[in-house]
Design a protein around this ligand. Sequence first.
Ligand code: PGA
Length: 252
Amino acid sequence: MRRKIVAGNWKMNGSRGLVEQLVPPILSGMASLAKDVDVVVFPPALFVRDVVESGSPDVGVGVQNLACWSGGAYTGEISADMARDSGCGYALVGHSERRQLFAETDSQIAAKIVQAVNSDLTAVLCVGETLEQRRAGTAEHVVAAQMRAGLADVGSDQWSRIVVAYEPVWAIGTGKTATADDAQAMHAAIRQALSAFGAPAENISLLYGGSVKADNAAALFAQHDIDGGLIGGASLKADEFMSICRAVPGEC
Ligand code: PGA
């Protein structure tokens, strides 16, 4: 059975004060969630320890990015081992903001995935098409290609450390969400592409991201191939984030 995951990507927002505001209500709300839901937050790296110290082990913690290398003279970078050593269990890799604003390439993303899984982190690979690509009818092709490139070097015994987040670029931070039907269709296509790629697709959690809010989460999470969400803006408000977490179906 694949895990359900709701993850909050704080991006470059917040402060240590926000950690103190957000983590306690997440912890106290955990009892009201379906049993098989993992809640994860991706704070700015400087606040990872604060989250780990106030929320661990119930709340998973991850970095929003990591280095392609295991260590050395790479000023400003953070390695997968450092993230692990600081208490992280997860790493986001290939978020569209990293691809677009920092020109991250598929080969760098593939190297980061390897670093993450070799350090026993669960890597959340982000994939998604632009509006132009969707309009041109190439969305599934683009997303499958990103998936194959990003996961090219995952070892056959490392798939349990892989999660894929489908985040259409046009839906991120825009208030536009894919319809539940469109999101389900893409998730089914990703699962099929994973299977064709030789991955144990039925066991890999697929998350939807892009303007998920308390009022649209239930319809998305009810879909067969959507195993949870990657939440940006709405993860900065405890009430809304917990409402989204509660929208995952299942027994408490
Ligand atoms: P959003 O961001 O929920 O604010 O659209 C999602 C993301 O970028 O992961």
